[in-house]
Design a protein. Sequence first.
Lengths: 235, 224
Amino acid sequence: MKAKPKVLTGLDFLSAVMVLIAAGLVFFYAPVEVQMGAVQKVFYFHVATAWVGMLGFLVAAVAGVFYLRRNEVRWDIIGVSAVEISLVFFLIAIIMGSIWARPIWNTWWTWDPRLTTAAIVELIYAAYMLLRSGVDDPERRARFSAIYAIFGFISVPLTFISIRLLRTIHPVVIGGAEAASQGGFNMGPSMQWVFFFSLVAFSVFFADLLWHRIRLGELKSAVESLRVKAFQEGM
Amino acid sequence: MRSYLRAVGAVIWKDFRAEWRNRENLSAMLVFALLVILIFNFALELDLQARASLSAGVLWTTFIFAGTIGLNRSLAVEKDRGCLDGLLLAPVDRSVIFFGKAIGNLAFMLLVEAIVLPVFNFLYGLNVFQPGFLGVVVLGSIGYAAVGTLLSTMVVQARTRDILLPILLFPLTLPVVIAAVKASQGFFQNLPLGEFSVWINLLVAYDLIFIAVAFMVFDYVLED
């Protein structure tokens, strides 16, 4: 097995520093929003974690396509790694959204379509993990989860369309003007700066975690094949 | 093309004949569907006012639960009795098996719905015999049967197959359920078609997209 690449160590360091800076910017640099107060600051990490979550689900769907076409184990490892990480990030996004919603909408949770969609997305990928644990044969498990990752990702926008069709109270911060009464707001330049920095920081953090998790998956399959080999030699 | 359709027809015909001999699947789906309606009646206390707004949801929940039972059974039978291997040995394209099984499952769902709807009409006095609404029933069932057939073909090959299908299927088919319920509500409440036609469009889009994707990936579901 290859030693840990230097670039990965560098990426560890970079992502740690960037996330710390992002947190610092959110707490000390970003202005306090006039109407909502400090709780608005949840927004920076809420969007960043949700973005990373969706990014990972996209990665898993793309890896699924590549697995089905190329039939190489590493695409399966990439897929499951992305889903595992994104499940956690997406859950964090949902929880942060709840924290924001409590003072702004006066409730932890509403059955707003966008919140509902988020919950469904989380459940789709929880089902993905259950599917994996229910199939023993590794090759079959890889095929089935590739298919499910593709199906899951295609169904997300369709579920999401219902947002536009049903009325929503979720603010459309970027590119939406009518939402001020629902807790939307206009970002000033310094807010935008912090926002985009958080997005980049979390993306780097995601790439770092993904790389680690892929390495872990490769190690795991290496150990597995060693075990099979030792078993055969023992026979 | 003609031989393709003949092969699809043969798979459907086989399912119908097997079903006709024991009627296990259909009767289970039907009894289950009626039980669900009964349970909803007591759980939700469907009085006259609640009916108008809730019956579309109750109907679709019933269809979907009953559909899941049928889907699970339809593929489990193939697997357990070794029929799946027989189907795989047949010199036809794999997608023939998909379309054959999916159309067969759809037909069973529609049959159950055809019996449940008059019962619903009788029990709750809801006018279900509107061509538009029946179209929604067909569209919703198509999407559900297509995705369900693909997933249940996967599920029967899994160790945890008894519990897996609804877990995989429900979150993926949520757009179908939402759109079908909304469209059905529109018909029940006699709204002008323009107000809810968007849901029908969504159903059509869902059906087309998922049939196409299922067609593309079905080969990989049955690779060995």
